[in-house]
Design a protein around this ligand. Structure first.
Ligand SMILES: Cc1cc2nc3c(=O)[nH]c(=O)nc-3n(C[C@H](O)[C@H](O)[C@H](O)COP(=O)(O)OP(=O)(O)OC[C@H]3O[C@@H](n4cnc5c(N)ncnc54)[C@H](O)[C@@H]3O)c2cc1C
Length: 339
């Protein structure tokens, strides 16, 4: 039996695997698409703070940015390219340069999972019996972590309303030498061996599971190149690689990290404690030993190391997770609105 089973090997699942392995746990991780082939395989993996207006999300991302830069630099310096970052507002205001970086997304996820048993299969079925989770009728684990991104949910709870947003980024060959990361209409990486990464689009009209028409890669390339050209003149451009994938986000863009509430059971046992303005989340009924980490939006590589550390400390030492990122907050909001 495994201590920890992780479902989904993107940057969230891989970061939790790393934390758990380093705490001495026996870890198994499942993904039918391989390691880092969902949103994480598509990411430019720019590690940057949030430059927009203040608020809870900015606070969280800025904290995660400092944590994750240090984490990548200390643990995986060979997979982090440090580069100054120039943020330019859409109106053209230039912010001071800051120290930031870019990680090699696929290599990073692979490195984080090293030491875990990897199963190249999707999880179709899980159930809890005799104090353990049974996975695909074959594997057992004391605890399960769901990190399935914007892809099909293994356990469906109505309050987990994550939206998959399709994104496209490209690598281009160019004779222009760019010496920093630039974020304006899109992000543009520094040149490495004559190659610059440009990304990403934010496409709300296309979804790989529901759209009737296939995604138009040509249109996506044109959009990326046009947006990049408003910031920098790239000469002799040749697109050499496309990356596409779904990132998942919640209604207010805050991630969801922690134990999953059993919605039906909670409503049956304690509806009166739920339909109040300020509920005590400890009154809710939770799945035994089942957790999630998801909803990182466009900041997956910034948030994941930080959130994985928070989740691991919660699971192994009982450290409380702040309400603002707890799945219970999403349950409470959903339950209050339910007729
Ligand atoms: C084009 C693009 C560019 C981006 N650029 C950046 C960037 O520069 N910086 C940044 O920080 N973030 C960026 N992001 C966002 C970032 O990629 C995501 O936030 C992050 O990848 C989410 O990670 P995840 O682990 O939650 O999900 P994913 O990486 O999508 O991983 C989920 C995995 O779960 C697997 N899965 C689903 N169901 C099952 C099942 N039943 N059994 C087993 N496995 C299952 C899927 O196959 C998938 O591999 C970008 C995203 C896109 C799309």
């Amino acid at each position: 039996m495994y201590d920890i089973a992780i479902i989904g090997a993107g940057i969230n699942g891989s970061s939790v695997a790393y934390e758990m392995l380093h705490a001495g746990k026996k870890v198994i991780i499942f993904d039918g698409n391989g390691i880092a082939h969902g949103g994480s395989g598509a990411a430019g993996a720019f590690i940057s703070p949030k430059f927009s207006k203040s608020g809870e999300l900015k606070e969280l991302i800025d904290k995660a940015f400092l944590y994750s830069m240090q984490f990548y630099e200390k643990k995986f310096p060979q997979l982090l390219t440090k580069a100054p970052l120039q943020h330019i507002s859409k109106e053209g205001e230039k912010f001071p340069l800051i120290d930031a970086g870019i990680v090699n997304a696929q290599a990073m996820c692979n490195a984080l999972c090293k030491g875990a048993k990897f199963i190249n299969k999707d999880v179709e079925d899980i159930y809890y019996e005799d104090n353990q989770w049974i996975i695909n009728e074959t594997y057992s684990a004391k605890k399960v972590i769901l990190s399935t991104g914007a892809y099909k949910a293994v356990i469906k709870e109505p309050y987990v309303e994550l939206r998959g947003v399709w994104g496209h980024r490209i690598d281009v060959k160019t004779s222009t030498i760019n010496d920093k990361s630039i974020h304006q209409f899109v992000s543009i990486s520094p040149s490495k061996d004559g190659i610059v990464a440009i990304g990403a689009t934010h496409n709300l009209d296309y979804h790989p599971q529901t759209s009737k028409e296939p995604y138009d890669m040509g249109d996506g390339r044109l959009e990326l190149l046009e947006k990049a050209s408003r910031t920098i003149e790239l000469k002799d451009v040749e697109v050499i690689k496309d990356y596409t994938g779904l990132r998942s986000g919640s209604f207010d863009y805050m991630p969801l990290v922690g134990s999953l509430v059993l919605a039906d059971e909670t409503l049956v046992c304690c509806e009166r404690k739920v339909k109040v303005k300020k509920a005590n989340y400890e009154d809710f009924v939770y799945y035994p030993n089942l957790y999630m980490i998801n909803g990182n939006g466009g900041y997956g590589f910034v948030l994941a190391p930080y959130l994985a550390n928070i989740l691991t400390e919660n699971i192994l030492s009982g450290k409380k997770i702040e309400d603002k990122i707890s799945p219970a907050r999403f349950f409470h909001r959903w339950a209050k609105r339910k007729k």
